[in-house]
Design a protein around this ligand. Structure first.
Ligand SMILES: [Zn+2]
Ligand SMILES: [Zn+2]
Length: 413
C-alpha cells in the first residue's frame, strides 16, 4: 500500500495542539451529556471546527455533527467518534470529575471526541496544503449508548458517498501506544425478545378443557433454546436466555395468559440475521402443538461489528507508520455491543481498540465503571493513528481506482 510519512508533520502539529486537546477532553468529561442530549458537546465541537475555517453540519435533532475536509474526485473516507456519556455516577477524585450527577464519560467517548477533533484539524491543514488525495468525512455521532445514533447519522446521509469508514474505542486492558486489531467480528449482537401466550384458562382438575397454559409456556421456555442450538451453527455462539417469566396467580387455576422475556446474544452476523424468523417459526410449532396462541415481539439491538480485512490491513499499516513496529496487538471479540456495526452493514471499514492503560501503574480500569479513566497520552496516539489511517485509505483507494481505469480487469488478477 502507498502512503506518505507524516510523522514529522504530526510531531509539529501535536507539539502545538496536544495540551489543548487534553483540556478539551477534560472539559467534556466535566460536562457529560447523555444520548441525544449532547447539545453543549455538539456546540463546542462545532465552534472549534468553525474557528479552523471548516463548515460543520449539525444533525437535525441538534446533537451530533459531520464535517468534510478535502475536495476533488478521489475516494471519500469517513472517520467516526461517538460523543455521548453514560447514565452513571462518576466515582473518581480528579479535577475533571463530572459535575453532572448521574452522568459520566465512563466509556471514553470524551477521548474519542478529542481524538477526532485533533485528527480533523490536522487533516484540514493537509487539505489546505493540497496534500489530501480525496475527501475525509468526520462523523461526531450522538447516542452510541442508547443505541440509535449511528442510524440517525445514516438516515441523514452521513455515509452516502463514503467508500470506507474507520472508528476506534478506548481499551483499558491495552497499554497506551498500542492498538488492538482483528479481522472479522470484534463485538457481538444483543437483541431482546418478549413472548406472550394466551388460551382458555380453567380449573387444574380439568386441564384438557383448557390450553394448560403454564405447561405450554414451560415447554416454550425449554424447547426454544434447545431447538435453536440444533438449528444454528454452533460457531455463532447464539444463545437465547430468559430473564423474566410470568403466568398465573393461584395453585389450582390455569391462567389464560403468560409472558416470557429474554435476550438473544450472538457472535455471528449471518446467525443474527436469521434469528428472528427462526425463533418465530420454532415458537409457532411449539405453541401450536399445545394449542396456545403465541405472539413474539423481537427488538433488534445492534449487529456485531464485522471488520473488513482490507480495512484492517490499512489500520495495521497506519499504526506501524504512526506508532512504530510492534504497536499492533491482537484483540478478541467481545460480548459487548457497539452501534458502529450499522455502518459496516452498508460499507466496508474497521474498528480498532486503542490502548488507554498506563504501563507505569498496576491499575487496570474497566469501561462502564464510575472509576474509568485513561492515560491521556492516548489522545495524541489516537490522532496519529487516525490521521495515518485516513491518508493510507485515501492513497490506496486512489491507486486501486487508477489501476482499474487503466486496466478494467486489473482488480480480477
Ligand atoms: Zn459504552
Ligand atoms: Zn463506548
Amino acid at each position: 500500500m502507498q502512503g506518505r510519512e507524516l510523522r514529522g508533520e504530526l510531531d509539529a502539529f501535536l507539539a502545538e495542539t496536544e495540551q489543548g486537546l487534553r483540556a478539551f477532553r477534560r472539559d467534556l468529561h466535566r460536562h457529560p451529556e447523555l444520548a441525544f442530549a449532547e447539545y453543549r458537546t455538539t456546540r463546542l465541537i462545532a465552534e472549534r471546527l468553525t474557528a479552523a475555517g471548516l463548515h460543520p453540519s449539525v444533525l437535525p435533532r441538534g446533537t451530533g455533527l459531520t464535517c468534510e475536509v478535502g475536495s476533488g474526485d478521489g475516494p471519500t473516507i469517513a472517520l467516526r467518534a461517538d460523543i455521548d456519556a453514560l447514565p452513571l455516577q462518576d466515582e473518581k477524585e480528579v479535577a475533571y470529575r463530572s459535575t453532572v450527577p448521574g452522568a459520566c464519560h465512563a466509556c471514553g467517548h470524551d477521548v474519542h471526541t478529542a481524538i477526532l477533533l485533533g485528527t480533523t484539524l490536522f487533516l484540514a491543514q493537509q487539505a489546505d496544503a493540497g496534500l489530501l488525495p480525496g475527501r475525509v468525512r468526520l462523523i461526531f455521532q450522538p447516542a452510541e449508548e442508547l443505541p440509535g445514533g449511528a442510524l440517525e447519522v445514516m438516515a441523514h446521509g452521513g455515509i452516502s458517498g463514503v467508500d470506507r469508514i474507520f472508528g476506534l474505542h478506548c481499551d483499558p486492558r491495552v497499554d497506551v501506544g498500542h492498538v488492538g486489531l482483528k479481522t472479522g467480528p470484534i463485538t457481538s449482537a444483543c437483541d431482546k425478545l418478549a413472548i406472550r401466550v394466551s388460551g382458555p384458562g380453567g380449573h387444574t382438575a380439568r386441564p384438557h378443557l383448557t390450553a394448560d397454559l403454564v405447561f405450554a409456556l414451560a415447554k416454550i421456555l425449554t424447547e426454544l433454546p434447545a431447538a435453536l442450538s440444533r438449528r444454528i451453527d454452533p460457531r455463532s455462539s447464539l444463545s437465547l436466555v430468559w430473564g423474566r417469566v410470568e403466568a398465573g396467580s393461584a395453585a389450582n387455576a390455569i391462567p389464560d395468559g403468560g409472558l416470557a422475556e429474554g435476550t438473544v446474544r450472538c457472535l455471528d452476523e449471518n446467525a443474527w440475521h436469521a434469528a428472528p424468523d427462526l425463533i418465530k417459526a420454532l415458537l409457532e410449532s411449539v405453541a401450536g402443538a399445545y394449542g396456545v396462541e403465541a405472539t413474539m415481539e423481537y427488538s433488534r439491538g445492534v449487529p456485531p461489528v464485522v471488520n473488513d480485512e482490507v480495512s484492517v490491513q490499512m489500520f495495521a499499516e497506519a499504526a506501524a507508520r504512526a506508532l512504530g513496529d510492534g504497536s499492533v496487538v491482537p484483540t478478541q471479540q467481545s460480548l459487548g455491543g457497539e452501534d458502529f456495526a450499522w455502518y459496516l452493514e452498508s460499507i466496508p471499514g474497521a474498528f480498532a481498540r486503542l490502548g488507554t492503560r498506563s504501563p507505569e501503574t498496576d491499575v487496570t480500569y474497566d469501561i462502564h465503571q464510575g472509576t474509568f479513566d485513561v492515560d491521556e497520552r492516548c489522545i495524541g496516539v489516537g490522532v496519529r493513528l487516525m490521521a495515518h489511517t485516513a491518508l493510507t485509505a485515501l492513497w490506496e483507494g486512489k491507486r486501486v481506482s487508477e489501476v482499474s481505469e487503466e486496466h478494467p480487469l486489473a482488480e480480477l488478477f
